[in-house]
Design a protein. Structure first.
Length: 118
């Protein structure tokens, strides 16, 4: 599976952005998709995930109520709607997918930079 992330940019605090992640290749094998982020000088952290079939989602506590993950199976695309952005949300955001039968996220997109100014 190949993943292509897009939608990052510069936004003021309180603003919104929507990230997209388009999957190609063996998309029928996708069980779950997720977004991670890595801020400068920090380790990569989980942000949100969604199951590909049932739409079950989970979130990092710090983004609950502000971010929404969704998917469009027909377009093989996952989205991350980010509202009420804060400067601490500034990071490179990566999408990832997990295949059926695997416990790890084996495919990763190239990352898209989100910068939130105060």
């Amino acid at each position: 599976v190949q993943l292509q992330a897009s939608g990052g940019g510069l936004v003021q605090a309180g603003g919104s952005l929507r990230l997209s992640c388009v999957a190609s290749g063996r998309t029928l094998s996708i069980l779950q998709m997720a977004w991670f982020r890595q801020a400068p000088g920090k380790e990569r952290e989980f942000v949100a995930s969604i199951t590909w079939s049932g739409g079950y989602s989970s979130y990092l506590d710090a983004v609950k109520g502000r971010f929404t993950i969704s998917r469009d199976n027909a377009r093989n695309t996952a989205y991350l709607q980010m509202n009420s952005l804060k400067p601490e949300d500034t990071a490179v955001y990566y999408c990832a997918s997990r295949r059926q039968g695997r416990s790890d996220y084996g495919s990763w997109g190239q990352g898209t930079l989100v910068t939130v100014s105060s």
